[in-house]
Design a protein around this ligand. Structure first.
Ligand code: CO
Length: 152
């Protein structure tokens, strides 16, 4: 089911999200809906607070694959990259953001099993952007040159 993507100004985007504690049908439904909503919006990632649910869950859809990260935590961050970013909750804008070039994250899947992954380049950027959402941080807080995005 498609969910409405909350836009900047809604206080849910500024919350420090709560950890997921129940790996149940409602979590599965949330993740399924986030995937569908992300694909429909043609984005690279979506965090649960962006659909109004302030829990620590994100989905990322990049060249390397589709990932669901529950209660994700950075293990390390390395290097640096500077590049353009946008956000489905800040429509029509883009900005230049400095991010680590490579990150390692531990996370749970929707069953509660714990995994880790290493992401680099755009994948790392997407992971960093989505994890920021879980702490109420928007890319616009970090970006230089916030500008009107080009029409697609
Ligand atoms: Co975003």
């Amino acid at each position: 089911m498609l969910r409405e993507i909350v836009q900047v100004g809604d206080p849910v985007l500024r919350k420090v999200c709560e950890p997921v504690t129940r790996y149940d049908a409602s979590l599965a439904a949330l993740l399924d809906d986030m995937k569908e909503t992300l694909r429909a919006a043609e984005g690279a990632g979506l965090a649960a607070p962006q659909v109004g649910v302030p829990v620590r869950a994100v989905v990322v859809d990049v060249e390397e694959g589709y990932f669901e990260l529950i209660n994700p935590v950075f293990v390390w961050q390395k290097g640096e990259q500077v590049g353009p970013e946008g956000c489905l909750s800040v429509r029509g804008k883009a900005g230049t953001v400095r991010r680590p070039d490579k990150v390692k994250v531990v996370f749970s899947d929707r069953r509660g099993d714990r995994y880790s992954l290493v992401a680099r380049g755009f994948f790392a950027r997407a992971v960093c952007h989505e994890l920021d959402h879980l702490d109420g941080i928007l890319y616009t807080d970090k970006a230089e040159n916030i500008r009107d995005a080009e029409d697609e």
